[in-house]
Write a protein that binds this ligand. Structure first.
Ligand SMILES: Cc1cc2nc3c(=O)[nH]c(=O)nc-3n(C[C@H](O)[C@H](O)[C@H](O)COP(=O)(O)OP(=O)(O)OC[C@H]3O[C@@H](n4cnc5c(N)ncnc54)[C@H](O)[C@@H]3O)c2cc1C
Length: 407
């Protein structure tokens, strides 16, 4: 019997599932995916779950290749020296290589705002979105709803709820849609107004406290709010830091350009929880897929003693739904900066739906044809130029090649 190489993937989101499927290219690799839930969560549809137009879950049988062992559990600690992971159920599993893909969540983003942890509802995870849904179901349809955060999740949630007849105020904190080109922002503002959303933006629109029935703004304004929804930024799980692995300031695993941990050549990161060269990509599903591909390819290279390729993620833009019948697709340069061109209206909504559908479709394709996808739109040399300009490179590669050559 040939010994198999054990690869554990922590986190069954877009990056982790992509990586796990891709690893099945080799018959001598045994892949275990650890995730706290038995279903795949389409996080990019969680605002739809809140609004009632989608349940945002997919059966793992549809997106996970045959032969991958799914362990429904949470990793509580990684012991890099022993090459083991500890689970919440107190079991311990050993690995030869580990892919760290724990994603992001609402984290500690409400910290420092009195009352926010108690009275504001985040929507960054399935459980949070379900909880918010039941709170809304128990709240009269005419009651005031406040959405905190003018980024894409805030805009999408506000639109979805306004379309279903809720009285919604969107409090941006700063600018509405900070990523967007001014022309696109005007279109988004117009659509929000058509849906009946009151938008409060500008420097004084930061929420400084939340109570059971109000949100307080920096300039002293008090907004009556029966339900306050928190979408102001993502945090990441502290598993890497808790396990003594090097992270960036926000807790993402610090890696080199091949996504190999700066501390341990058997650990590779992907998705929202990866910080290559301390210059991470925007937390997004758009980057998570390519990072999952990259992480698997790095492990496969290490197995054959090849030099892993540097990460290459190119962006195409930002896609925001504005209810079920509208949306914008903001085009961007491959380095993730917005340009003055966008799609809107029903075409924008259609493109957004296509994007959501295709992210799951890509995973399904990889179950049948692992290694088939290439999602690299990166401009050659651009990231290297940025890294040198910022004087950042984490070098783990020499260590990694050394590990691969060991029995
Ligand atoms: C409402 C909303 C709308 C969004 N819309 C868009 C969009 O339009 N476009 C876009 O690009 N991005 C969007 N995003 C962001 C996008 O969802 C994330 O960036 C993306 O999910 C990151 O993928 P990931 O695989 O890194 O992590 P995730 O999808 O977060 O998956 C990580 C998985 O790891 C699991 N996990 C965490 N800790 C552990 C542990 N200790 N042990 C085991 N498992 C663990 C988690 O439970 C989760 O299942 C949206 C997010 C939200 C909330």
């Amino acid at each position: 019997v040939t010994e198999k190489t054990d690869v554990i993937v922590i986190g069954g989101g877009y990056a982790g599932v992509m990586a796990a499927n891709r690893l099945t290219q080799r018959d001598d690799v045994a892949v275990t995916l650890i995730n706290p839930r038995p279903d795949f969560v389409e996080r990019i549809r969680l605002h739809q779950l809140v609004g009632g137009s989608d349940d945002a879950v997919v059966d793992y049988r549809d997106v996970l290749a045959e032969g991958i062992r799914l362990v429904v559990d949470s990793v509580t600690r990684i012991d890099a020296s022993e090459r083991t992971v500890m689970l919440a159920t107190r079991r311990t599993l050993g690995y030869d290589y580990l892919i760290y893909a724990v994603g992001s969540g609402s984290g500690s983003t409400r910290e420092g705002v009195p009352g926010a942890a108690e009275f504001a509802y985040p929507i960054a995870s399935l459980e949070e979105a379900c909880r918010l849904r039941s709170v809304l179901d128990a709240t009269p349809a005419t009651a005031a709803v406040t959405v905190v955060g003018g980024g894409p999740s805030g805009i999408e949630t506000a639109s979805e709820l306004a379309e279903s007849g809720r009285a919604v105020t969107l409090v941006c904190g700063e600018v509405l849609g900070p990523y967007l080109h001014p022309r696109t922002r005007r279109t988004v503002a117009k659509r929000l107004s058509e849906l009946g959303v009151t938008v409060i933006d500008g420097p004084d629109s930061t929420v400084t406290a939340v109570t059971r029935d109000a949100a307080l703004l920096r300039d002293g304004r008090e907004l009556l709010s029966a339900v306050t929804i928190w979408t102001a930024g993502f945090g990441v799980p502290d598993l890497a830091a808790r396990s003594g692995l090097g992270t960036d300031a926000r807790g993402r695993l610090l890696t080199d350009e091949a996504l190999i941990s700066a501390d341990d050549a058997r650990i590779v990161a992907a998705g929202d929880s990866a910080a290559p060269s301390d210059l991470p990509f925007r937390m997004s599903c758009q980057a998570a897929g390519p990072l999952g591909i990259q992480a698997a390819d790095t492990v496969l290279s290490l197995l054959t003693g090849e030099r892993p390729a540097p990460v290459a993620v190119g962006f195409v833009g930002q896609c925001i739904s504005l209810g079920r019948h509208g949306g914008v697709f903001q085009f961007a340069r491959r380095n993730d900066s917005a340009v003055g061109f966008y799609l809107s209206g029903r075409i924008g909504a259609w493109v957004k739906e296509l994007v959501c559908w295709s992210t799951v479709k890509q995973l399904t394709i990889e179950t049948r044809k692992p290694g088939w996808l290439t999602l690299s739109f990166a401009k050659k040399g651009e990231r290297q130029r940025m890294l040198y300009a910022e004087d950042r490179t984490v070098d783990a590669r020499a260590k990694a090649v050394d590990v691969a050559s060991r029995p």
